[in-house]
Design a protein around this ligand. Structure first.
Ligand code: SAH
Length: 472
């Protein structure tokens, strides 16, 4: 290792920054965030930097650099664009044994400032030893996406319990095991999804279990949590795996059993934990593989076996997804659950087809409707639907497309109203057919589109001419 990574306490310590411009401002903000007492010295200091110093009770001195200004400093930053001054700052700091960083000049530094992922109190520092700033940035991005957003809340919760756990579980090894079991359990996930109280309750329960158990007896891994299963109702988006949310992805890696729909794309299925049990409960229009009641019951049964059950649905689980019904069954059965929204087909397909669903000039509202025919027809409030300045999005509308167009024209919508059908939106098979209410159904038939498709009706469809970007 070429450099020793350390985290330095600079609370209320004097941090001297030589330089008064943009670069100095960036470094000063970071030092201020870590509680340093700022002292900025430069011949000219930008208003933003002056304001930052004032805001944090720091000082500014308008002067040329001279070495004695560094006396008593805990840390020095050289941030001028004058190489001679920077070299002098470095020499003066080193002569006084004060850690010094000169921005972008590693040879003048006694320490470097890493890239950071800041979820205080959790801070991840990254360095590639000055070899590649871009690689450093990539590693930072990777960490930003992998580390859960609420890791800070988890860290604070664990921190608040440390003293108590120490007194309740005096043995060092037992204590380590307790924390390991806790972090392996679903308690962190409760915190990540904002259920801090539930997490605390679970920890209390685990502490009680620990106390009742003979501490000498070695616990069986995973046993402590095996009694409590949970269901994750997760929206997988319209198809493109890049449209999964970070939380969806995390829960997909956790689940023991997965109940998935036909609409969940194969590329998304590849992101599941390889050893998870995968059960297809998907629905096709004419072939209801597993009836809804059975799906509801399966969720309960697996969760009662102590499993983490992932109910993976296309799009968003609360939009034409019957997610509400599944949750009602779980709630009645007292099974814990959480819901992860997904990008619904309407917004995914519209975005990938270059059709903004609302637009200042064309549509001030958007409606999501089902086009699923009941006994060959559709019971909808057609008079409201034919009004101008709105966009209609019909899910499940391939079979009923002609009926939808005919009804809208009957109730007074302009027969030339622009409309589009998007097949398998956001995937490699995306196909978009555009037309008007009068000719859309025939065009779709001729193009031999297959489900899933979504229909978008409204003047916004004309914008696709200029805004199409995907697969064009
Ligand atoms: N919960 C889902 C919708 C389920 S209903 C969501 O929020 O998207 C099923 C309907 O969604 C399909 O009949 C089709 O109309 C639409 N759909 C889902 N994925 C689609 C896709 N990739 N392309 C086009 N339509 C899609």
């Amino acid at each position: 290792m070429e450099l020793l990574p350390i985290f330095l306490n600079i609370q209320d310590r004097r941090c001297v920054i030589i330089g008064g411009g943009e670069v100095a401002l960036r470094k000063a903000s970071l030092l201020a965030r870590a509680g340093g007492h700022l002292h900025v010295i430069a011949e000219t200091i930008s208003p933003d930097l002056t304001a930052l110093c004032q805001q944090h009770g720091g000082n500014t001195t308008l002067s040329r650099f001279s070495p004695e200004q560094l006396e008593g400093a805990a840390l020095v930053i050289g941030a001028t664009d004058d190489e001679q001054v920077n070299a002098a700052v470095s020499a003066a700091a080193k002569a006084r044994d004060i850690p010094v960083n000169v921005v972008d000049q590693p040879q003048l530094c006694s320490f470097i400032m890493p890239a950071i992922v800041d979820r205080t109190p959790v801070v991840i520092a990254i360095s590639t030893g000055g070899t590649s700033p871009v690689l450093t940035r990539k590693l930072k991005e990777l960490n930003e996406s992998l580390v859960p957003g609420r890791i800070d809340a988890l860290a604070r919760l664990l921190g608040s319990l440390r003293g108590r756990v120490k007194s309740l579980i005096p043995g060092f090894r037992d204590r380590i095991r307790f924390w390991e079991d806790l972090l392996e359990s679903d308690i962190p996930e409760l915190v990540y999804s904002g259920q801090d109280q539930a997490a605390l309750l679970r920890i209390e329960q685990q502490l009680e279990v620990r106390l009742e158990r003979n501490l000498e007896q070695s616990p069986q891994p995973g046993k402590a949590n095996s009694a409590t299963g949970e269901v994750y109702l997760v929206g997988a988006g319209p198809g493109d795996p890049d449209l999964l949310t970070l939380r969806a992805l995390r829960l997909m890696h956790k689940a023991d059993v997965v109940l998935y729909d036909r609409l969940v794309s194969p590329q998304i299925m590849l992101r599941l934990r390889p050893d998870a049990e995968k059960i297809h409960v998907g629905k096709q229009r004419t072939l209801h593989t597993v009836p809804q009641d059975s799906i509801n019951q399966m969720l309960v049964t697996y969760a009662r076996q102590g499993k983490k059950v992932l109910r993976l649905k296309g799009g968003d689980p609360f939009i034409f997804g019957r997610g509400g019904e599944e949750l009602q069954t779980l709630a009645e059965a007292g099974i814990p659950f959480q819901v992860v929204p997904g990008i619904t087909a309407a917004s995914g397909c519209a975005a990938y087809a270059g059709i903004p669903l609302t637009h200042r000039d064309h549509a001030q509202s958007v409606r999501f409707l089902t086009g699923h025919l009941q006994a060959g027809d559709l019971e909808l409030d057609w008079e409201v639907l034919v009004k101008e300045q709105q966009t209609l999005v019909f899910y499940m509308s391939l079979v009923g497309l002609q009926t939808i167009c005919t009804r809208l024209i009957e109730y007074g919508m302009d027969p030339e109203m622009p409309a589009a059908v998007v097949q398998q939106g956001t995937t490699d098979n995306q196909t978009v057919v555009t037309g008007t209410l009068s000719d859309l159904a025939a065009k779709v038939k001729a193009a031999e589109l297959v489900a899933p498709t979504i229909t978008i009706i409204g003047r916004v469809v004309t914008l696709r001419k200029h805004l199409a970007w995907f697969k064009v």
